[in-house]
Design a protein around this ligand. Structure first.
Ligand code: GLN
Length: 264
């Protein structure tokens, strides 16, 4: 840098105007980081919806987004040669549009692979299984032993999810369905009595029932599989993700990750 400034000083002596332009250019280059880092950083931009513990959530003490999916995508990105991942947090139903618009490279958000979604995005191999659980307030006395028992109830769901799609399809005419932008909002509605039940993915319902005064009273066996989504046709990225994901799932790293977020 010193020698560059010396050059500028020499130029300045000859023409003050040229010197001013040169200094401005040098400052711009230095500010852009090109001078210090040399090569461009390889960043994987990841979309998620951080209200779905233990897959993705905000750490209570520092507000940082963490979770099983976040660690997993960081491991995948590292294997694929990325320098870092950048996490973009948004409502669940904004994730697929963000992918389609190229605002994010991948989506990892406990997202169920469904035929409808497969029409608009491409999914990785499955990495987790889930059903839909029925969550009630502890001590509410609500008993559910079949989907029919939910008729006439006020049901809270998260907009755009498989849980929301399921209850709308099966109970749309017989129950009041309230859609919330996040599961945290649906959970709050349950806790303060605005809804009778919340229908959501079983692993997340289990987490909520450990932390809050709610309990699972029934599980709808929907047999869902989670996948990582990429923009439709982005084969190169998807192949890389699948290769890395397979390697991780067959290694002790996977067991460590499962233990970290699901261990007792
Ligand atoms: N697995 C559900 C779905 O894909 C819910 C995911 C979520 O809320 N993050 O719709």
């Amino acid at each position: 840098m010193q020698s560059i400034f010396r050059t500028v000083v020499i130029v300045r002596a000859k023409s003050p105007y040229v010197a001013v332009v040169l200094v401005a250019l040098l400052l711009a280059v230095a500010a852009s980081g090109c001078v210090s880092t040399g090569a461009k950083e390889k960043v994987l931009v990841v979309g998620t919806s951080a209200d779905f513990p233990p897959f993705e959530y905000k750490n209570a003490s520092n507000g940082q987004i963490t979770g099983f999916d976040i660690d997993l995508i960081k491991l995948i990105a590292k294997k694929m040669g990325y320098d870092r991942v950048e996490i973009k947090d948004m409502d669940f139903d904004s994730l697929i549009p963000a992918l389609q618009a190229g605002k994010v490279d991948v989506v990892i958000a406990g997202m169920t692979i469904t035929p409808e979604r497969e029409k608009v995005v491409d999914f990785s191999i499955p990495y987790w299984e889930a059903d839909q659980a029925v969550l009630v307030r502890k001590g509410s006395g609500i008993k559910v032993s079949s989907v029919d028992d939910l008729k006439g109830k006020k049901i809270g769901v998260e907009k755009g999810t498989t849980g929301a799609i399921y209850v709308k399809k099966h109970l749309g005419n017989s129950s009041t369905i309230k859609e919330y932008p996040t599961y945290v909002a649906a959970l709050e509605a349950l806790l303060n009595g605005q809804v009778d039940v919340v229908v959501l993915d079983s692993p997340v319902a289990k987490m909520f029932s450990k932390k809050y005064s709610v309990e699972i009273v029934y599980t709808i066996k929907t047999g869902e599989h989670y996948g990582i989504a990429v923009k439709k046709g982005n084969k190169e990225l998807l192949d890389g993700i699948n290769k890395a994901l397979k390697e991780i799932m067959n290694s002790p790293e996977w067991d460590k990750l499962v233990e970290k977020y699901f261990g007792s």
